[in-house]
Ligand binder design. Structure first.
Ligand code: NAP
Length: 356
């Protein structure tokens, strides 16, 4: 895997990427193939269902597929046995679910321990890079705190922001596993915020969907919420760098700039999308915050609890660790937004409209 200088040699390194069909994972697979690595992609269906992966440059020579479901005990044993690094990205990313325990927490937590158990049985796995989330750092915005890798989300539960709860429990279970089992690999964790940008596959990711909703009239009003935006290509790069940087350690908060909903909508207006059904009524005011908090009870449970924990509060974080230790230079948020919208139009997630 690495040469005498400790530098990782792509041509002799095999990386397993779980949930390779996903928005973020597909970009990880692409970047790994571009860099010359061998990749084993775990998916839930036949490889033929993922032409956006099988057609990537280098795929014919260096991409193989394996089928595995997160909650099948031992399903990853054979898969990771011949891999040097495992990037565990697979986890349900859905905000509104019927049964948060069954639909979110169980696959997230059991999936993580299942994959780690298999890695511990392999003599070859040297590092696991886990895709956690900003959700494991905090489930609320705050006017007082500048969030960093030192913060943990202690507030979510099955009722309050259950997706956030699933990510927190999954990451905690990973760190507990390392502490208790002391396996032969180390763990590096990536905690991205709202990941947007071009999608390699046709699926609509929950985070890009926010832009489809903003532009198609699902939000008639502006609310005072602030998002930490990060480009999917940078999140994928952070995973690759977390593998290649031998002294990478701990958690990495991966997010670029924050933007308020008002700034996002102003930007969309300024880059030629003003004829879409963008929110016009301004409720990003102290009075509007009260109205929106009341209205949050009319929303699906996951969205409603998100609104109550974020509306009217600032979001600040410190992303210096990933910049200093992994050398990430982020794509500007405004560029990512433009790329995300162009992508929504390309995949018909947003109807193309001519300006009148
Ligand atoms: P995504 O496109 O929905 O990808 C999720 C992946 O997980 C898919 O490949 C999915 O497989 C797989 N998966 C889900 N449940 C599974 C199960 N029970 N067994 C096997 N595979 C399963 O979402 P994404 O945004 O790329 O998310 C990838 C990771 O990043 C997740 O861990 C998510 O929590 C994290 N994350 C995302 C964001 C964001 O803004 N997008 C931010 C922070 C962290 P199928 O294709 O078969 O459904």
């Amino acid at each position: 895997m690495s040469d005498s200088t400790g530098e990782i040699k792509a041509s002799s390194t095999k990386v397993c990427v779980t949930g390779a069909s996903g928005f973020i994972a597909a970009h990880i697979v692409k970047q790994l193939l571009d860099a010359g690595y061998h990749v084993k992609a775990t998916v839930r269906s036949e490889a033929s269902r993922y032409p956006y992966l099988t057609s990537l440059d280098g795929a014919a020579e260096r991409l193989e597929f394996a089928q595995a479901s997160l909650q099948d005990n031992g399903a990853f044993d054979d898969i990771v046995a011949d891999c040097d690094v495992v990037m565990h990205t697979a986890s349900p990313y859905i905000v509104n679910v019927k049964d948060p325990q069954k639909d979110l927490v169980d696959p997230a937590v059991q999936g993580t321990t299942n994959v780690l158990e298999s890695c511990a049985k392999s003599a070859r796995v040297k590092r696991v890079v886990l895709t956690s989330s900003m959700a494991a750092i905090t489930d609320e915005a705050s006017n007082e705190t500048t969030f960093s890798e030192n913060n943990w989300n202690t507030k979510s539960d099955l009722k309050r922001n259950p997706y956030y709860y699933s990510k927190t429990l999954a990451e905690r279970s990973a760190w507990d596993f390392i502490e208790k089992k002391k396996p032969g690999f180390d763990l590096v964790v990536i905690n991205p915020f709202m990941v947007i940008g071009p999608s390699l596959g046709p699926g609509l990711n929950e985070s890009n969907k926010i832009f489809a909703d903003i532009m198609s009239g699902a939000y008639p009003t502006l609310m005072s919420v602030t998002w930490g935006i990060v480009d999917v290509r940078d999140v994928a790069k952070a995973h690759v760098l977390a593998m290649e940087t031998s002294n990478a350690s701990g958690r990495y908060l991966v997010s670029n700039e924050t933007m308020t909903m008002t700034q996002v909508v102003n930007h969309l207006n300024s880059i030629g999308y003003s004829h879409y059904k963008l929110p016009k009524i301004n409720l990003a005011t102290p009075f509007g915050d009260k109205v929106m908090k009341l209205l949050s009870y009319t929303q699906p449970k996951g969205s409603g609890s998100y609104m109550r924990s974020h509306i009217g509060k600032d979001m600040r974080y410190d992303n210096s660790k990933v910049k200093q230790e992994l050398g990430i230079e982020f794509i500007p948020a405004k560029e990512s937004i433009k790329a995300a919208v162009e992508d929504l139009l390309k995949w018909n997630h947003l109807k193309s409209k001519k300006a009148s």
